[in-house]
Design a protein around this ligand. Structure first.
Ligand code: MN
Length: 206
C-alpha cells in the first residue's frame, strides 16, 4: 500500500472504474472512491494537521496504537484512518481478474478451518449478511489460523490484532445504487471479483 504517511492523498484505483462491471457498477465505484474515500482522507489530513505529532505515525501504526492516542483525537483517527485503510484494502483486493480461487496458505487455512471453499463462502456470506447497520466482514489471520470476523463502522481488524485477508464493505453506499437493499446479491457479486492472488500477497506474502 503506497502513501502510508501524512499528507494522505487518494491513490488511484488499480483498475478502471467500470472494470468490475457487471458485478460492481461504474457509478458506485466513482462515488465510493472519489467521494466516500476522499472524505475520509480529507478528514484524516485535517486531524493530523491539527495534531502534528500524529504525522510521524503511518496509517497502519495509528490504527495499531489507538490506545496511545488521547481520546479526543483517537475517535477521529479511528473513524478516518480506519475509513482510509478499510477502503484501500477493499478496493485493492478486488480486480477484473478476480473469480480466482484461494491458493497456497490461504487455501490450506480455509480447507483446515471450514472444510472446503464452498463451506467457507457460506459462513462468510452469513456473517456479512448479519452485520447490522454499517460495517465490514473479513477473513483474517493471526499468522496461524484463519477466522471470519465482522467490524462496525470503520473499525479495522488491525486494532484487534488481526491481519486481514479479504474484506467486504457492507455499508449501503457500497451496493445500494445497483443492488438496492439486496445485500445478499451484492455479496455474491463481490465474490466474483475477489482477487485471491492479491489477498495472498497482502496477508501472507514474504
Ligand atoms: Mn465504503
Amino acid at each position: 500500500m503506497e502513501n502510508q504517511y501524512y499528507p494522505f492523498y487518494n491513490t488511484p484505483l488499480p483498475y478502471e472504474y467500470n472494470a468490475l462491471e457487471p458485478y460492481i457498477d461504474e457509478k458506485t465505484m466513482h462515488l465510493h472512491h472519489d467521494r466516500h474515500l476522499q472524505t475520509y482522507i480529507d478528514n484524516l489530513n485535517q486531524t493530523m494537521k491539527q495534531n502534528p505529532w500524529l504525522q510521524r505515525m503511518s496509517l497502519v501504526e495509528v490504527l495499531y496504537h489507538l490506545e496511545k492516542i488521547p481520546k479526543e483525537q483517537s475517535i477521529e483517527v479511528r473513524k478516518n484512518a480506519g475509513g482510509v485503510y478499510n477502503h484501500r484494502f477493499f478496493f485493492e483486493t478486488m480486480s477484473p481478474d478476480g473469480n480466482t480461487q484461494p491458493m497456497g496458505r490461504i487455501k490450506q487455512g480455509i480447507d483446515n478451518t471450514f472444510g472446503s471453499y464452498e463451506k467457507f463462502e457460506r459462513v462468510f456470506k452469513d456473517a456479512a449478511l448479519k452485520v447490522f447497520g454499517s460495517g465490514y466482514a473479513w477473513l483474517v489471520t493471526d499468522g496461524n489460523g484463519f477466522y471470519i470476523i465482522t467490524t462496525q463502522n470503520q473499525n479495522t481488524p488491525l486494532e484487534f490484532g488481526w491481519t486481514p485477508v479479504i474484506g467486504i464493505d457492507v455499508w449501503e453506499h457500497a451496493y445500494y445504487l445497483k443492488h438496492y437493499n439486496e445485500r445478499n446479491k451484492y455479496i455474491d457479486d463481490w465474490f466474483q471479483v475477489v482477487d485471491w492472488k492479491k489477498a495472498e500477497e497482502k496477508c501472507c506474502g514474504r
